[in-house]
Design a protein around this ligand. Structure first.
Ligand SMILES: [Zn+2]
Length: 321
């Protein structure tokens, strides 16, 4: 079973997508997840840069509500899932586990009570930033406001450690990344990031970062966005990166961070261009076929396809207890 650490599907739920049916041309719905043997995924509550604080909070709550509604309306397909220990039971019942994450900490404003409230509603990770510096930390896209974590961001890291919420460093500036590595007592994750050694995008992770994630017993989920996979990608050219490039990033991350610290964070529903041959979530299986072809053992394929994500989540929850 595949467990994907990042989908932007809640934004599509607000646009009225019915994920209980097989929608032509879309990247994620429950039938496609089922067809692709996707056992579960994180649904990210994404708020865009420039959103006013109260509007961000309202939007995150509306996405959360839409995610609850989608699971209730499709109870034969999927179930809201609040912890990694619920996954084996869901698998046994043949249900897709829907996990909740938050992408961009803007909805918590400058309030630890709001962070705790989202946690109680099921939010299991928070991606500290999107493409804009916010009240918590600096983003890879800007990196100008705080020089890393803000003073409030330091409180957020401690509170996330205490609650067992995963700290997600995808989109973080390099200085934010290193601040959190130094400060967090629990392992940390990058739910949808690629390797900067293979593609120079500023939001990809350097080898030093990959090594630090591995040493901290953390996790990186490889992103499928063509712009993060290859410097040769350009919308003007007919060529798009595909399974080969995705598995190149997996190979590299495994070599640097270690086989227990790499997974899949496709970013489906958050990417307007898909990799060649992996056009929607049912086709993520092709990535595993390429890994098999390159000689990965079935045990290691299971790790990368989902076990590593569930294991790091367990470690972070255990740390808090
Ligand atoms: Zn993202």
């Amino acid at each position: 079973m595949i467990y994907d650490s990042h989908l932007d599907t809640p934004s599509e739920l607000l646009r009225q997508r019915n994920i209980g049916i097989d929608n032509p041309g879309v990247q994620v719905d429950f039938p496609k997840m089922k067809a692709g043997e996707v056992g579960g995924a994180f649904f990210a509550l994404y708020t865009a840069p420039g959103t006013a604080p109260d509007t961000a909070t309202r939007r995150a709550l509306e996405m959360l509500s839409a995610t609850y509604d989608a699971c209730e309306a499709n109870e034969d397909y999927a179930v809201l899932t609040f912890g990694p220990d619920e996954v084996p039971g869901n698998e046994k019942k043949g249900l897709i586990s829907v996990f909740m994450g938050m992408e961009n900490a803007a909805p918590i404003q400058e309030s630890l009570p709001l962070l705790r409230t989202f946690y109680r509603l099921g939010v299991s990770y928070v991606t500290l930033t999107h493409n804009e510096d916010n009240a918590v930390a600096d983003s890879a896209a800007e990196g100008k406001r705080w020089g890393g974590l803000s003073p409030f961001g330091r409180e957020v890291v401690a509170e996330m450690n205490a609650l067992g919420i995963m700290i997600d460093l995808s989109h973080a500036s390099d200085r934010t990344f290193w601040d959190v590595i130094g400060l967090s007592k629990a392992p940390v994750v990058a739910t949808h990031s690629c390797c900067r050694a293979l593609c120079s995008h500023r939001r990809n992770l350097t080898d030093e970062m990959l090594r630090a994630l591995g040493e901290k017993d953390g996790y990186v989920g490889i992103n499928f966005y063509p712009y993060f996979l290859s410097d040769n990608y350009s919308p003007e050219k007919p060529w798009r990166p595909g399974v080969k490039e995705i598995v190149d990033h997996i190979d590299h991350a495994v070599a640097i961070a270690g086989i227990d610290h790499v997974g899949i964070g496709s970013d489906f529903d958050g990417i307007e261009v898909t990799p060649e041959g992996v056009e929607n979530i049912s086709e993520t299986q092709r990535v595993l076929e390429e890994m098999r072809h390159r000689g990965y053992s079935e045990k290691d394929i299971l790790k990368v396809s989902g076990q590593n994500l569930l294991a790091v989540w367990s470690r972070i929850v255990n740390y808090s207890e």
